[in-house]
Design a protein. Structure first.
Length: 220
């Protein structure tokens, strides 16, 4: 017998690269481990002339599997954006799920969270997995669809909420933001949402978002 998802007042869906991390961790990793191809493909993805599904797969799968341990070591040193621990602690107290939805690598996300002792405050992680058995990395995703390796809007459908909240910063967060009831946007995402005529709130760090939650309360 199938169990129906629990109904939540709110669910927060948050990007990882450049959102949870204070720097563009995943894209910086691609530039470091696949510099020539990154220089060629990343501008095409940011301009939306190359879809994420094709571009990210080509980039990741150009990296030798032998480099994966070094990639994880690199991830463990990355800084998080100010206010994240306080925001996650608040969400846990209010019983609001915090779901990381990333077009990056799950292993990198886990390394960052572990380094900052935040794993226990995260409800779930949806991201790309990698296989390292062959000469080059091989990516796979349970939510590969359309133009995305991780279709963030499809991940959102796994949860039932009165209000869905998206937090993001770039091109990978467009579809998630269009699906969400409330969007916190920064950096490139602001420009994309202006084009899509989708309303949003500007944020700089997680203290900004925390203050918004506290002002309006946790119940919609």
């Amino acid at each position: 017998m199938l169990t129906r998802p629990s109904l939540h007042n709110q669910v927060v869906f948050c990007d990882f690269d450049g959102t949870i991390t204070a720097v563009e961790t995943f894209s910086a990793m691609l530039k470091q481990f696949s510099p020539a191809l990154s220089a060629k493909l990343m501008p095409l993805m940011y301009s939306r002339h190359l879809n994420l599904r094709e571009g990210v797969r080509r980039l990741v799968e150009s990296i030798p599997s032998s480099s994966y341990p070094e990639i994880l070591e690199y991830a463990a040193t990355q800084p998080i954006r100010e206010g994240l621990p306080e925001f996650l602690t608040y969400l846990q107290k209010e019983n609001i799920p915090f779901v990381i939805v990333s077009g990056g690598l799950r292993g990198m996300i886990e390394k960052v969270l572990q380094a900052h002792n935040l794993m226990d405050l995260v409800t779930d992680i949806y991201a790309m997995e990698v296989e390292t058995d062959d000469q080059y990395l091989k990516v796979y995703s349970a939510f590969e669809e359309g133009t995305e390796l991780v279709a963030k809007a499809e991940v959102m459908q796994q949860f039932v909420a009165q209000e869905t909240i998206a937090i993001g910063d770039s091109v990978t967060d467009i579809n998630m933001s269009l699906r969400a009831d409330l969007v916190f946007a920064r950096d490139r995402l602001i420009n994309y949402l202006e084009i899509e005529e989708k309303s949003y709130l500007i944020w700089d760090n997680f203290f900004d978002i925390l203050e918004n939650f506290k002002q309006k309360g946790s119940v919609v």
